[in-house]
Design a protein around this ligand. Sequence first.
Ligand code: ACO
Length: 311
Amino acid sequence: DTDAFQRAFDAAVAAEERIEPRDWMPDAYRATLVRQIAQHAHSEIIGMQPEANWITRAPSLRRKAILMAKVQDEAGHGLYLYSAAETLGVSREELLDKLHAGRQKYSSIFNYPTLTWADVGAIGWLVDGAAITNQVPLCRCSYGPYARAMVRICKEESFHQRQGYELLLALSKGTPEQHAMAQDAVDRWWWPSLMMFGPPDDASQHSAQSMAWKIKRHSNDELRQRFVDICVPQAESLGLTLPDPDLKWNEERGHHDFGAIDWSEFWDVLKGNGPCNDQRLSRRRTAHEEGTWVREAAAAHAAKHSNDTTG
Ligand code: ACO
C-alpha cells in the first residue's frame, strides 16, 4: 500500500540512500525533479548561444579551440540532463516542445547579451563559477541519475571557470583598453550572476520541500553568499573590482555583506522581458527545425541497424 511505500521512501531519503528510477517515489517528488532537471537541461543548451556568438571572432586559434570545446561541453551537459529526466518517465521530445512553447524555463542568465570578447571571460569566471557553486551540492542529490550526471558536469564546469578566469586575467593585465573591456564585462555580469541562484529564501516557493527531499542541499541565499565570498579574493587577484559599493567583509558574520539585488529585474527576465529572451527562443526553435533531417536520418539508421542485427 502507498503508506508503506511512502515510509520506505522517507527512510531511504533519511538514510542518505539514493532513489533510483524503478523505486517508488511520491508524484510530487517526480514532478519537482522533472521541473528542475528540465530547466537545467534547457539552460545548458540555450547557454550555448551567447558564447557561440564569439567563436568566429575569437582573437587567436588557441582561444577559438578552447571556446569551441567549451560550447560543445554545454551541449553534452544538456544531453546527460535530458537522459536523467527521461529516467523519470518523460521524453526529450516532450521537454523540448515545452521549452519551445515557453512552458518550461531556462536560467535567467542566458537572456543577457555578449557584447565584447571579455564577456566570454566574465561568463566563464562568474556564470560558470555560480553554476559550480550551485551544482557541487547537487552531486549529493537524493535522485541517483541526477546526482551522477552532476559529477561529470562539475568537473567540466571547473575547467570552464578556469578558462574564463585566465582569459580575464590576460585582458586585465593587457593594454588599458583591454583592462577596461574586462572591467566593463564584470560590471555587467556581476548582478545577473547573483540572480542565477534564484529568488531570496523567503520568496523561494520550492526550497523547503526540495530541501526536505534532499534534492536541494542548501538554500538559494546560502549558495549566493558562498559565491560572493569566493569571488571577492578572486576579483582582487584579477585586478578588477566588483560593481557593489556595499560589498564589505563582516567580521561578526564571517561573510561579506553585499548590496540589494534588483529582484524586479529578475522577475521581469523570467516573464520573458530580458534583453535577449525572444532571440534565444527563436534561434532555438529554428535550430530544432533545421535539425529535423538529422534526427530523421539517425532514427532511420538506428532502425536499419536493429533490423540488421535482429533479422
Ligand atoms: N532563472 C530562471 N528561473 C529561475 C531561476 C533562474 N535563475 N531561479 C529560480 N527560478 C524559478 C524557478 O524555476 C521557480 O519557477 P517554477 O516554479 O516555474 O519552476 C521560481 O523561479 C521560484 O524559484 P525557487 O522556488 O527557488 O525554485 P527552485 O527550488 O527550483 O530553485 C534553482 C531554483 C536554485 C535554480 C534550482 O532549480 C537549481 O538548483 N537548479 C539546477 C541548476 C540549474 O538549473 N542551473 C542552470 C544554470 S547554470 C548553467 O546552465 C551553466
